[in-house]
Design a protein around this ligand. Structure first.
Ligand SMILES: [Zn+2]
Length: 449
């Protein structure tokens, strides 16, 4: 029997019917997403594809986690089911759980499900089985309450309020705020999400914790700038051995070491680590412990950088899904401009190619439409210098590009040359023809009066 049931519901707001899959048996081994949805209060809540209203579907739920011997049932009171009907419904879900068990896996806890009276009670039992104590749950609830208090406060009293609760404003509080933003976004409540995000920024500015965050970020940025300068000074012919020397120089400086790996992650490949191992063997005995520790640190940093780019890819893929399913992609594009970066464009073009390869004409044309909309939005939001450079690069002939430059170039002043220098690096992946035209235009710009 399926653990999710396909059914049709009518939107509570616009009455539009749509199909949803309702989860009644939650087993994190089979479906970790359903557990996450449960814990974030999003289980069986479905956004109407027509008007965006979140619709909640009430159903008896059986939560089963064999690894923790946890079995909890919950029947929403709003269903108004009699005790008998509740038992029958849970009994049916029980049969689903036991029938999918491997042979010999039946254990005593399966005979006696615990029950939860409320959804929150179910969530608490699941969290407790994960080792989250009731004090931790209470602390988290207090954080959510504090977020609500900030949200309801008159903006003019915010500085006062932040000063009052300054001690409670820490990393976990900030995480809670980010979580609230995500929940609103999942519910399609863009406005509410933006309000919380703006409030969060204001609290960062006003709180002691936020101030130390800002300071840390500034130090980090300085470290990155400094390391970038060092790497650039090494020139294009730098070898892995050179990067190793630089890493050794930063061995006692985690911030600069992290900046180094983040800036030139591809240099820290398998061959680098092989070469480093060989170098350690040949190093004087008294240096080896220090070098081994550095090797370990570098391995951890590369893993961290990879994980972060994985997350960025995931975020880009999520945004693309939202765009594809939205009747008004332009509005979403406009609201997420800062997310439409290089990673997003990579994910988008990979999807376009994949759809063409599959021969899926409908998906491919939908993706290309999104691509064009994104490019248009990005161009419309470009600084005028960049837009002009782009137009010159896209002109049909070199001659027309030169004419454009002669006509409009002088009006941009020195900003045009600076903008060209700034984009030069990004063109490395462009076609040779584009690069040639760019070089020609750059020379011409230098000669502009
Ligand atoms: Zn609706």
């Amino acid at each position: 029997m399926p653990k999710t049931a396909q059914t049709s519901i009518a939107c509570s707001q616009c009455r539009q019917p749509f199909r949803v899959s309702v989860h009644s048996v939650i087993d994190p081994t089979d479906n970790p997403q359903a557990k996450i949805a449960l814990l974030s209060g999003q289980l069986n809540i479905y956004q109407c594809p027509n008007c965006g209203t979140p619709n909640s579907v009430l159903t008896p739920i059986l939560y089963h986690d064999g690894s923790k011997e946890l079995l909890v049932s919950f029947t929403p009171m709003e269903l108004g089911m009699s005790k008998d009907a509740q038992e029958r419904a849970i009994g049916e879900l029980m049969r689903e759980v036991t029938s999918s068990l491997p042979q010999g896996a039946f254990k005593a806890y399966l005979l006696q499900p615990r029950s939860a009276l409320t959804m929150q009670g179910l969530i608490d039992q699941v969290l407790q089985a994960d080792g989250v104590t009731s004090e931790m749950i209470q602390a988290q609830r207090d954080r959510v309450k504090l977020v609500e208090q900030f949200l309801q406060a008159n903006p003019t009293t915010l500085p006062e309020l932040v000063a009052k609760y300054d001690a409670q404003i820490d990393a976990q509080f900030m995480q809670t705020m980010s979580l609230v933003v995500q929940q609103f976004l999942q519910q399609g409540r863009q406005d509410a999400a933006e309000r919380v995000a703006m409030l969060q920024n204001a609290i960062v500015e006003l709180s002691t914790f936020g101030q130390s965050l800002i300071e840390q970020n500034q130090q980090q940025e300085m470290a990155i700038a400094e390391v970038a300068e060092q790497v650039n000074a090494m020139g294009e012919d730098a070898t892995r051995a050179d990067f190793l020397q630089l890493a050794i120089a930063y061995a006692d400086d985690p911030q600069r070491l992290q900046a180094l790996v983040g800036l030139i992650r591809p240099a820290f490949d398998q061959i680098f680590f092989q070469e480093m191992t060989a170098a350690i063997v040949q190093a004087p005995a008294e240096d080896r412990d220090r070098l081994n520790a550095l090797r370990q640190q570098l391995a951890e940093l590369t893993a961290m950088v990879d994980q972060q780019s994985q997350m960025a890819l995931q975020e880009a893929a999520n945004l693309l899904r939202v765009l594809l399913s939205s009747p008004e992609p332009d509005a979403i594009i406009a609201e997420n401009l800062q997310m439409l970066d290089y990673t997003f464009m990579q994910v988008l073009s990979a999807n376009v190619q994949e759809a063409s390869r599959r021969g899926d004409v409908a998906a491919s044309s939908r993706l290309k439409d999104i691509y064009n909309r994104v490019v248009n939005a990005l161009q419309a939001n470009m600084p005028p210098e960049l837009r002009f450079i782009n137009e010159m690069l896209n002109a049909p002939t070199d001659f027309e590009a030169q004419q454009m430059l002669a006509e409009h170039g002088p009006a941009f002043g020195a900003g045009l040359a600076a903008a060209m220098d700034a984009v030069e690096g990004q063109l490395a992946q462009g076609s040779p023809a584009i690069q040639e035209r760019f070089a020609m235009l750059r020379r011409a710009v230098a000669n502009l009066k």
